[in-house]
Design a protein around this ligand. Structure first.
Ligand SMILES: [Zn+2]
Length: 417
C-alpha cells in the first residue's frame, strides 16, 4: 500500500466515524467526484427492502468498501467485481469502471420492551436509512468525493419522505458536506402517508405519518413554530431540513432521534402533564448529536431535558411559573440520586441532571456577569459532536466561565465514578 493511500484510508476512516473533517480539508483543490445511486425496492410480501448500490463516473477511484453489517438484517449480497464475506463485514471490491452491489434488508426491528424501532406494515414502512445502508469504511486511490442519489421503488400510490431534498417524493439528493462517501441517513417513511411541511427560519420541517392514524402533524408544526427559532439561536448550524415521523403501534411507544430526524409514537403528548416535551427533547438530541460513552449519558440526557424546558420557557410556550413548577417536580423526582455518572441515564437520574444543568447555568452567568451561559457550552458540545465526557464538559465550562467552577470539581459527590 502506498503512503498516499494509507493516508487517505486513515482520513476517510476518521471522516466516516467522526463525520466532521475540518472545512479546509473539503475546500482543498478540485476533487474528482464519483457517482453513487442507491435504489431501495420495497417488497411488501417479504417485508424487506432490496438494495442496489450502483457506482459510476470516476468509480475507478474507489478501491474497496467494507460494510459493517448485521447478518440478522443484511443478507444475499451479490455484485460485480469481488465480494469478501466475513461474520460482520462485507467488503466489496468494485470493478474499475464501476458496477452494482445488491442485498436484502429485513426491516422489522423489535425492541426489548416489545414495540418496534422499525416496521414494515401493509401500507407504510418506517425505518432508518443508516440501518439499510450500514456504516462503511472506504479505501480510495487518491482524493475523491461522492455525488449520491437515492431512489425509492414502491407499490403504486406510495410516496416517501426523508431528510433529503426531493421534487417528487421518490428521488432524493444526498449531499452531506461533512462526508466524502454519502450514504442515506436518518429516519425514513414510505407508503400511503400524509406529509405536512413548513419553512421555519432556515429549516424546512416535514412531519409525516401513515394516513388515518390521527397523527397530530399540525400540533407538531405549531410547537416547532414557537420553539425552533429558540433552538436555532443556541444551535445556529442546525439542519436545513428535518423530518419528524410518527405512527401508531406496533411502533415503539416512545421517541427516538436520528441524524436530522426523529421518531415519536403518535400517542405521546406534545407537552406532558409534568410540563416536559418528548418532541423538543428529541429535537435537542438532533441538534447536539453527542453520546456519553460508558460514563456520561447524564450529560447527553441532562442537556436534552434542560434545553427542552428552557426553550419552551424562552419561547413563551410555557410561562415562568410552569417552568419553575416543572423544575420542582424534577427536583423531587431526582432527590434520591447520589451519583449522575453511568451508562444509561433514565428518569430519576436525568431529572437530577436537569437540576445540575440549571445550577451550572446559574453559576456560569454569575461568574461572567451574564456575559456567558450554558448556551455557550451547549454550542461547543454540538460543534464537537460524537462522544463527550465529564472531562470535556469541565474544559468547555472553564473556557466559557474563565475559571473552573466548584460544581464540577472532583469533590462533588454527584460526579464520583
Ligand atoms: Zn433523551
Amino acid at each position: 500500500m502506498k503512503l498516499n493511500s494509507i493516508l487517505w484510508f486513515f482520513i476517510i476512516t476518521v471522516v466516516l466515524s467522526v463525520g466532521f473533517p475540518p472545512d479546509s480539508a473539503l475546500a482543498n483543490n478540485k476533487e474528482k467526484s464519483y457517482r453513487i445511486d442507491y435504489n431501495f425496492d420495497f417488497l411488501p410480501e417479504d417485508k424487506r427492502v432490496l438494495v442496489t448500490i450502483r457506482l459510476s463516473k470516476n468509480a475507478g477511484v474507489l478501491k474497496s468498501l467494507r460494510f459493517n453489517i448485521k447478518p440478522e438484517y443484511h443478507s444475499q449480497f451479490e455484485g460485480d467485481g469481488k465480494i469478501k464475506r466475513q461474520a460482520n463485514y462485507i467488503t466489496w471490491y468494485p470493478p474499475q469502471k464501476g458496477g452494482r452491489l445488491t442485498y436484502q434488508v429485513k426491516i422489522d426491528r423489535q425492541r426489548n420492551s416489545g414495540g418496534y424501532g422499525a416496521y414494515f406494515a401493509k401500507d407504510w414502512v418506517i425505518f432508518r436509512g443508516d440501518h439499510v445502508v450500514p456504516s462503511v469504511k472506504v479505501m480510495t486511490r487518491g482524493k475523491a468525493e461522492s455525488q449520491a442519489r437515492l431512489r425509492f421503488n414502491m407499490p403504486a400510490g406510495w410516496v416517501g419522505e426523508t431528510i433529503y431534498e426531493s421534487a417528487d417524493k421518490i428521488n432524493f439528493v444526498i449531499d452531506d458536506p461533512h462526508r466524502r462517501f454519502d450514504r442515506p441517513l436518518g429516519w425514513m417513511i414510505v407508503g400511503d402517508i400524509g406529509i405536512r411541511k413548513e419553512q421555519i427560519k432556515n429549516t424546512l420541517v416535514a412531519v409525516a405519518g401513515p394516513k388515518e392514524q390521527g397523527i397530530r402533524r399540525m400540533d407538531a408544526l405549531a410547537l416547532l413554530n414557537w420553539n425552533l427559532p429558540e433552538l436555532l439561536a443556541v444551535f445556529p448550524n442546525y439542519y436545513k431540513k428535518i423530518l419528524i415521523v410518527s405512527a401508531d403501534s406496533p411502533m415503539w411507544r416512545g421517541g427516538l432521534s436520528g441524524p436530522g430526524s426523529l421518531y415519536m409514537h403518535k400517542d405521546r403528548p406534545m407537552i406532558g402533564e409534568d410540563g416536559t416535551s418528548t418532541l423538543i427533547h428529541e429535537l435537542i438530541h438532533t441538534a447536539m448529536r453527542i453520546n456519553g460513552g460508558e460514563q456520561d449519558d447524564w450529560i447527553v440526557e441532562g442537556f436534552a431535558e434542560f434545553y427542552s424546558l428552557e426553550l419552551m420557557r424562552r419561547s413563551g410556550t410555557i410561562p415562568q411559573q410552569r417552568y419553575e413548577l416543572t423544575l420542582s417536580k424534577l427536583y423531587k423526582r431526582g432527590a434520591d440520586i447520589k451519583k449522575l455518572r453511568g451508562k444509561n441515564s433514565k428518569g430519576a437520574t436525568t431529572a437530577r441532571a436537569v437540576l445540575f444543568m440549571k445550577e451550572l447555568d446559574d453559576n456560569i452567568r454569575a461568574m461572567t456577569h451574564n456575559k456567558a451561559s450554558l448556551d455557550d457550552v451547549a454550542k461547543k458540545l454540538a460543534l464537537k459532536r460524537g462522544q463527550v465526557s465529564l472531562k470535556l464538559l469541565r474544559s468547555y465550562v472553564k473556557e466559557v466561565a474563565g475559571a473552573p467552577l466548584d460544581i464540577l470539581s472532583k469533590n462533588n459527590p454527584l460526579l464520583s465514578d
